[in-house]
Design a protein around this ligand. Structure first.
Ligand SMILES: Cc1ncc(C[n+]2csc(CCOP(=O)(O)OP(=O)(O)O)c2C)c(N)n1
Ligand SMILES: CC(=O)[C@@H](O)[C@H](O)COP(=O)(O)O
Ligand SMILES: [Mg+2]
Length: 594
C-alpha cells in the first residue's frame, strides 16, 4: 500500500488495527489536499472515513449493497473503490462526480443527492433481493441525522420496521446538517448518545433492533457492531456517532457548518484561496434583513440551509424571524401556508432544485388558498459542479403551472432588491429566482413601459428582433444585441422583471417586431418562453433555454456555453431568423446541447 491509488479493498481484511488507523489518516490527508484544490463536500467526507473503512471491511460490495443518503459523504467510498486517482478532477467537467455515480463504479447505486430517500431505496432493493432468498446479499443504508429529519426518511423507517428484511440502517449522527440539527428527533438522538433511554428508544419502539451508540471513528468498534447487526437477521438501526470535519482542525472549529462544502482553500488554514466575491445570495440576504426591520410580519423559513440561502444576517438581527425546520421542504411550504393564514408574510428560502419535493404543498397548500407566501429560489438555472440533481432548471416550468403564481427574475442587484419588496406587497403567492453566481453591476433601463424595462434599442434600424431577457441572462442578451446592431440588425432587449403572468404590454411590444427570441436558463420545453410564445401569436417566437435533460457537472459558464445561452449563440439564433425572413409565424425551441 504505497499510495491510495494502488490500494485495494481486499487489502482491508489483512490490515491490523494500527494499519487501519494509519490508512484512515492517510485517506483524511488525501481528502484535505485534494478537496482543497477542487472544492467539494469536505466536512461530511472527513467525518465518514472510519465508518466507510468499516463498511467495506464487513460488507462485500457490490454484492452487498451500500446506499449513501444524499451521497455528499461518499468520498472515502470512492477512494476505497479505486477512484483516488480521479480526485484531481472532482466536480469538474468530465471528471469525478461529487456524488455516487453508476457510470463511475459498480459500487455506486443511488446518485440523486436529494436527501432522505436512502431508506426507501434500501427497502426497494432489499425487496428485490429477497426474490432470490438464497442470495444472502445484504443491504445497508447510511443516513445522516440531518437527512433523517426529512419526511420521506420517516416513511422509510415506517416501512422498513415491518417489511421483514434485514436492512441495516446506519445513522451517521454528527448532530448537524449545516447548522446543528433541529427538532425532536435531534433531541432523541442526543439522549441516545448519552445513553439516556428514560424516554424509550424510538427505533426499538417501531420494531428495529438498535445497536449503539458506537464511536464512528473507532474502526474496530464499528466493524464489530456492523457484524452484530448482520447477525440479528432483522432490520437494525446502528447508531454511529461521528464528528463532521473530524481530524482537520479548520473544519472541526468552523462554527458555521464544519466546512460542509468548501471552495478552493489553502489546506494549511482552511481559508479560501480566492477572495470571496459578492453573490446573488448576499444581495438577497442583506435586503431581506433590511426589509424585515420594518416589516414584523416577515418571517423567513429554511429547510436546514440558513447560511447557504442567505439568512445569516436576519437570523442574527431577529432570531425569531428565521425558522429552520430541518430537511423538510414539504413541511416548510405547508407550514408557510399556516403562517400566512395567521397573518405573517413567509419568505421560504430554498435552492431551486429542492422546491421539486414541495411542489404539491406549493400548489395546494399555498396557491389553492391564495396565500401571500414568497418563495425565494437560489441556485436557479445552471448550478455547476453539483451536477444533474442540483441544476435548478425545472422551477420556471413548475412555477408557471401554479394558478395565481407571480414569478420575478431579477437581472441585477437593484432589481433583486426591488422585486423582493414588491413580492412582499403581493397578497398572493410569489416567487423570485436567481443563480449561484457572482452578481454583476446594476443595469439601468433605457425606458420603462407598463412594468417592462427596455434595456437596449438599436438606433436607426428596423424592429427586427425583440429579445426577451429573463433574469440573470440580461448581460448575454445585451452582448448579442450589440453585435447584431453592428451588423445592421435592429434589436430591442426587454426585461419583463415579473416574467409570469405575461405582461400584456409585452404582447403589444412583440407585435411591433419581426421576431421574438426569449432567453431563459430553465428548460425550454414548457418553460416561460414557451408560454410567452403561446400568448404572442402574431409574431414568430423562438425560445432559447435548457434542454429537457440531465446535465452533467461542469462549470456554470461552461454549461451555459454548451447549451447556447451566451451572447454569441443568442446572436447567431437572431441572425439566422432574420436571414430566413420568409418563415411564417409560429414557435421554435432551442434547448439542445451543442
Ligand atoms: C431534499 C434536500 N434538501 C436539502 C439538501 C441540502 N443538503 C445537503 S447535505 C445537507 C445536510 C445533511 O445533513 P446530514 O444528513 O446529517 O449529513 P452530514 O452532512 O451531517 O454528514 C443538506 C441540508 C439536500 N441535499 N436535499
Ligand atoms: C449536498 C447538497 O445538496 C449541498 O451540500 C449542496 O451541494 C451545496 O451546494 P452549494 O455549494 O451550491 O451551496
Ligand atoms: Mg449530520
Amino acid at each position: 500500500m504505497n499510495n491510495l491509488n494502488d490500494f485495494s479493498r481486499t487489502a482491508l481484511l489483512r490490515l491490523d488495527d494500527r494499519e487501519l488507523n494509519e490508512l484512515a489518516s492517510r485517506m483524511r490527508q488525501f481528502l484535505v489536499d485534494s478537496v482543497a484544490a477542487t472544492g467539494g463536500h469536505l466536512g461530511a467526507a472527513l467525518g465518514t472515513v472510519e465508518l466507510t473503512i468499516a463498511l467495506h471491511r464487513v460488507f462485500d460490495s457490490p454484492r452487498d449493497v451500500m446506499v449513501f443518503d444524499t451521497g455528499h459523504q461518499c468520498y472515502a467510498h470512492k477512494i476505497l473503490t479505486d477512484r483516488a486517482a480521479g480526485f484531481s478532477t472532482l466536480r469538474q467537467s468530465g471528471g469525478l462526480s461529487g456524488y455516487p455515480s453508476r457510470a463511475e463504479s459498480v459500487h455506486d447505486w443511488v446518485e440523486n443527492s436529494h436527501a432522505s430517500v436512502s431508506l426507501a431505496w434500501a427497502d426497494g432493493i432489499a425487496k428485490a433481493i429477497a426474490r432470490d432468498s438464497s442470495s444472502g446479499r445484504r443491504v445497508v443504508a447510511v443516513i445522516g441525522d440531518g437527512a433523517l429529519t426529512g419526511g420521506v426518511a420517516w416513511e422509510g423507517l415506517n416501512n422498513l420496521a415491518t417489511a421483514g428484511h434485514p436492512v441495516i440502517v446506519v445513522i451517521n449522527d454528527n448532530s448537524r446538517s449545516y447548522d446543528p440539527t433541529v427538532g425532536g428527533l435531534s433531541v432523541h438522538l442526543d439522549r441516545l448518545r448519552r445513553g439516556d433511554t428514560t424516554a424509550g428508544n424510538l427505533f426499538e419502539s417501531l420494531g428495529f433492533a438498535y445497536l449503539g451508540p458506537v464511536d464512528g471513528h473507532d474502526i474496530g468498534a464499528i466493524s464489530a457492531v456492523l457484524r452484530e447487526a448482520t447477525a440479528t437477521g432483522r432490520a437494525v438501526v446502528v447508531h454511529c456517532v461521528t464528528a463532521k470535519g473530524h481530524g482537520y482542525p479548520p473544519a472541526e472549529s468552523d462554527e458555521d457548518d464544519r466546512m460542509h462544502a468548501c471552495g478552493v482553500i489553502d489546506p494549511a488554514t482552511g481559508f479560501p484561496s480566492r477572495p470571496n466575491k459578492r453573490m446573488w445570495t448576499d444581495v438577497f440576504g442583506a435586503e431581506l434583513d433590511a426589509v424585515a426591520r420594518t416589516r414584523p410580519d416577515v418571517v423567513a423559513l429554511t429547510a436546514a440551509m440558513r447560511l447557504p440561502t442567505g439568512l445569516g444576517a436576519l437570523s442574527q438581527a431577529r432570531p425569531d424571524a428565521v425558522i429552520d425546520s430541518g430537511i423538510a421542504e414539504q413541511h416548510v411550504l405547508a407550514s408557510a401556508a399556516g403562517l400566512a393564514t395567521g397573518g405573517a408574510h413567509p419568505v421560504v428560502a430554498l435552492y431551486s432544485t429542492f422546491l421539486h419535493r414541495a411542489f404539491d404543498q406549493l400548489l395546494l397548500d399555498v396557491a389553492l388558498h391564495r396565500l401571500p407566501v414568497t418563495v425565494v429560489l437560489d441556485r436557479a438555472g445552471i448550478t455547476g459542479p453539483d451536477g444533474p440533481s442540483h441544476h435548478g432548471m425545472w422551477d420556471l416550468a413548475l412555477l408557471a403551472a401554479v394558478p395565481g403564481m407571480r414569478i420575478a427574475c431579477p437581472r441585477d442587484p437593484q432589481r433583486l432588491r426591488e422585486l423582493l419588496r414588491e413580492a412582499l406587497d403581493v397578497k398572493g403567492p410569489t416567487a423570485l429566482r436567481y443563480p449561484k453566481a457572482v452578481v454583476g453591476e446594476d443595469m439601468t433601463a433605457l425606458a420603462q413601459m407598463s412594468g417592462l424595462d427596455v434595456l437596449y434599442r438599436s438606433r436607426n434600424l428596423p424592429l427586427n428582433v425583440l429579445l426577451v431577457s429573463i433574469g440573470a441572462l440580461a448581460p448575454e442578451c445585451l452582448l448579442a444585441a450589440e453585435s447584431l446592431t453592428g451588423e445592421g440588425i435592429g434589436v430591442t432587449v426587454v426585461d419583463p422583471r415579473w416574467i409570469w403572468p405575461i405582461n400584456p404590454a409585452l404582447v403589444a411590444m412583440a407585435a411591433r417586431h419581426q421576431f421574438i427570441v426569449t432567453v431563459e436558463d430553465g428548460i425550454a420545453e414548457g418553460g416561460v418562453g414557451t408560454r410567452m410564445a403561446q400568448a404572442i401569436t402574431t409574431t414568430r417566437t423562438h425560445v432559447l433555454g435548457l434542454p429537457t435533460d440531465f446535465l452533467a457537472h461542469a462549470g456554470r459558464e461552461e454549461l451555459l456555453s454548451q447549451t447556447g445561452l451566451t451572447g454569441a449563440a443568442i446572436a447567431e439564433t437572431c441572425r439566422r431568423l432574420v436571414a430566413e425572413q420568409t418563415t411564417p409565424a409560429g414557435t421554435a425551441l432551442s434547448g439542445s446541447l451543442r
